[in-house]
Design a protein around this ligand. Structure first.
Ligand SMILES: C[S@@+](CC[C@H](N)C(=O)[O-])C[C@H]1O[C@@H](n2cnc3c(N)ncnc32)[C@H](O)[C@@H]1O
Length: 298
């Protein structure tokens, strides 16, 4: 069953992008196309959006949904770490948007194990052309490396215990589904941890997804390139969903401020209103940051 992703901070993203009629924008994370649609509704009859997306099924569905925009929407099936490809279209770019992470569609209906709430193969790849799945990673990584990965990308304080339990299980059986991994984690942590605010598998799942998709590196590499692609006065807007991503964005924007290549437009990150959180609790950790570009294109 298809679940339509609820776009987070839609109006705020449009406001900070400063969408102008007949200007062109890049949406690095097309997903269900909510942000792309909002831009295309506002950037006039000649304005275009170049949108990146890794998941082929998402592209098919969203292109169909946004068919009415015709050639004004250009979809690129690629990682936004290859954002330099926008130069192929020879258009001046006035703004670049990132709405990071997974969409509800991927979480609920991709069948690729993004959620610990349903039993699916432990895959977690945004793109099926990525070589290594989460199950491969668990099968091949050494205990100490796995513990470091769960600690670094999941900020999981019980990372050593969890990695050890995974290794113990691995010696007699393979872990290939979300349910198998969840039960290993539940057995590894103290009972009190299972009664906590979040599910005990939350952080480990986040860590594996980030590692499988190399998410933090992709973001850093893309932001670096984005600076050279935008016209003077254009904007970069990033919506992130956990502190690791937000830290990368915050530091990157600070460096641009110090180098006098950008002005930070959001002294504090913009967060969803109480009303938006009530309608869509999944957006509660969202943070939006925006930068205006000062340097002309090289
Ligand atoms: C949070 S959703 C975007 C939702 C979209 N803004 C909307 O309103 O419907 C993020 C999307 O970005 C895609 N994605 C994640 N990392 C990516 C990357 N490095 N390059 C391209 N697409 C990526 C995911 O497959 C997912 O569909």
């Amino acid at each position: 069953m298809m679940i339509q992703h609820k776009t987070v901070l839609r109006e705020e993203a449009i406001r900070y992008l400063g969408v102008l009629s007949n200007h062109h924008y890049v949406d690095c994370t097309l997903g269900g196309g909510g942000h792309t649609e909002a831009i295309l509704d506002r950037n006039g009859t000649k304005g275009r959006v170049i949108a990146f997306e890794l998941d082929a099924d998402t592209i098919v569905r969203t292109k169909r949904r946004l068919k009415r925009f015709g050639a004004r929407l250009i979809v690129v099936e690629d990682n936004f770490r290859s954002i330099g490809r926008v130069t192929e279209y020879g258009m001046p770019i006035s703004g670049i948007l990132y709405d990071l992470g997974t969409s509800m569609d991927l979480l609920k209906s991709s069948g690729r194990g993004f959620s610990f709430l349903v039993d699916e193969p432990l895959d977690m790849r945004f793109s099926l052309s990525t070589e290594r799945t989460a199950a491969d990673l668990i099968r091949t990584t050494r205990e100490s490396e796995l513990a470091d990965l769960i600690f670094r990308y999941g900020e999981e304080r019980l990372s050593r215990r969890i990695a050890h339990a995974i290794m113990q299980t691995r010696t007699h059986t393979s872990i290939t589904t979300t349910r198998e991994l969840v039960s290993v984690i539940e057995r590894a942590v103290p009972p009190s941890y299972c009664r906590g605010r979040i599910h005990p598998a939350t952080r480990t799942f986040q860590a594996l997804r980030i590692a499988v998709n190399d998410e933090l590196e992709c973001l850093s590499e893309s932001l670096e390139q984005a600076m050279a692609l935008i016209e003077r006065g254009g904007r970069i807007v990033v919506i992130s969903f956990h502190s690791l991503e937000d830290r990368i964005v915050k530091q990157f924007f600070r460096i641009q401020k110090l180098k006098k290549t950008g002005i930070i437009l959001t002294k504090k990150p913009i967060t969803p209103s109480r009303e938006e959180i009530e309608k869509n609790p999944n957006c509660r950790s969202a943070k939006l940051r925006a930068l205006e570009i000062l340097t002309p294109r090289p």
